[in-house]
Design a protein around this ligand. Structure first.
Ligand SMILES: Cc1cc2nc3c(=O)[nH]c(=O)nc-3n(C[C@H](O)[C@H](O)[C@H](O)COP(=O)(O)OP(=O)(O)OC[C@H]3O[C@@H](n4cnc5c(N)ncnc54)[C@H](O)[C@@H]3O)c2cc1C
Length: 423
């Protein structure tokens, strides 16, 4: 039985279709970075919607101007995003010494290997795009384990990435790719199909005040549903909620252990879906979207352009933007009134994309107070404690994004691993 406190399943993933527009409350895209995700689509008999080629162009803001992230050698040397001295040092990256501080932050590691201008105008906006986080605080081995392992195993990002690409791949490995995807009609298509596959008779939405009791080798799950109390008995309980919900659900877990888990900080994100007249958007912006480095000191983190990447996201004469605010840069924005957010979005669209207010046809504001967990230094201890709790409580699995990664692909991989391990 799946228990969900909301009146719908899907959590952060939720699409809306209105007046010919399709827009998301949460994630707009994912990356097909592991085979499990491709297999989930196969299991659900669903085609992922791969992003169009325009999504390969990604913009970075510098001095109020957008520049494409360079993809090949010539544009790399011409781009004003990075300093000449850092560019000239890149060929020597494979010869730099390996780091020996396992708790090195992403910013420290990147500055050591590739130079500060890359940290400021590539790593910082990239981390903002994934974690809405601070690269000075995120620890590489937890937050970007693949990157960390490139240095540890191969001694270099560039050399390691090349060697890894040459390694033989199994048929299963080949299902993973760098492809950016969504689902036709938005991510709710995936969620709805998942709901059908699980069977809605096995899902209870509006399950409130969930509290689990443990008695010998059994768990008793108490909850309220439509004003009635329910008590379910099970040998196994799997939690996929965020760390903030765990103390209430599992009162039998040692509070000292729980404190370590709830130390986890989350980026608070506001996502604003905006519909804009197509004629007001310059063709220069036909791209995945743009990210804004912290140094630029803007009030938005960046903007995606979903209707340039996927079909059917806007009527022909319109474009959609998904704009992000807040994150670890501005956690206080989550409490900002809608009117103020709308004012900022109008000003930023005007200043950064030259879009006049008169071209904006709608704006929807979605707040995510627990959007993205930050895999900071405390993560190692959290992972250990979760394992200890699971060993002490056979049949209990503490999953979700407090461990095993933060993206859609990570969540699906974790689900596959759990499904393989439970009887
Ligand atoms: C704005 C935003 C943008 C994102 N962009 C991307 C992206 O571009 N690419 C990417 O890969 N990932 C992205 N993500 C992350 C991605 O959305 C998550 O990895 C994924 O959706 C998390 O799924 P989840 O089920 O682990 O958690 P959630 O979606 O948070 O679901 C947790 C569920 O638990 C329920 N719950 C919580 N407490 C209780 C309780 N006490 N009782 C019962 N139920 C409870 C909640 O109601 C919710 O339904 C983004 C996330 C956000 C918020």
């Amino acid at each position: 039985m799946v228990l969900e406190k909301n009146d719908r399943i899907g959590g952060a993933m939720c699409s809306h279709a209105e007046d010919g527009f399709v827009y998301e409350e949460g994630p707009n895209t994912g990356s097909m970075s592991n085979p499990e995700l491709a297999e989930l689509f196969e299991l659900l008999d669903l085609e992922p919607e791969n992003a169009k080629r325009s999504a390969e162009k990604r913009l970075i803001l510098k001095n109020k101007k957008w520049y494409p992230l360079p993809g090949e050698a010539f544009s790399f040397f011409m781009t004003p995003l990075f300093s000449l001295s850092d560019k000239l040092k890149i060929p020597f990256e494979p010869f730099r010494k390996k780091g020996n501080n396992p708790d090195e932050s992403i910013a420290e590691m990147a500055s050591r290997r590739i130079g500060q201008s890359f940290v400021d105008y590539a790593v910082n906006p990239f981390i903002s795009g994934i974690y809405a986080g601070d690269p000075e605080k995120l620890v590489t081995r937890y937050a970007l384990p693949k990157l960390y392992n490139l240095e540890q195993q191969y001694g270099s990002f560039i050399g390691g990435a090349f060697k890894k690409s040459q390694e033989p791949k199994t048929e299963r490995d080949k299902k993973a790719s760098k492809k950016v995807f969504s689902a036709y009609g938005g991510f709710s298509t995936l969620i709805n199909r998942l709901g059908e596959k699980i069977g809605y008779e096995n899902i209870m939405c509006n399950a409130l005040s969930i509290q689990v009791e443990k008695s010998q080798d059994r768990y008793y799950v108490n909850l309220l549903h439509n004003g009635k109390s329910f008590r379910l008995e099970s040998q196994q309980v799997i939690s996929t909620v965020g760390s903030y919900s765990l103390p209430e659900i599992f009162p039998f877990i040692d509070p000292q252990d729980m404190d370590i888990i709830t130390e986890l900080r989350y980026a608070k994100i506001i996502q604003i879906a905006v519909g804009v007249e197509r004629k007001a958007v310059s063709d220069d912006f036909i791209s995945f979207g743009g990210l804004i480095p912290q140094k630029e000191d803007r009030r938005i983190l960046g903007a995606l352009l979903p209707s340039f990447c996927f079909e059917g996201r806007a009527p022909e004469e319109y474009t959609t933007f998904a704009i992000y605010m807040g994150g670890m840069r501005h956690p206080e924005y989550i409490d900002m009134p809608d009117k103020e957010i709308e004012k900022i979005i109008k000003e930023e669209l005007d200043e950064l994309f030259h879009i006049p207010e008169s071209s904006i046809c709608f704006m929807k504001i979605y707040r995510h107070p627990y959007a993205i967990p930050q895999y900071e230094k405390s993560s190692g201890k959290r992972f250990e404690i979760v394992e200890k709790i699971e060993q002490e409580n056979p049949g209990l699995i503490i999953a979700g994004n407090l461990r095993n990664g933060i993206g859609i692909a990570d969540r699906v991989k974790q689900a596959f691993t759990i499904a393989e391990n439970i009887q």
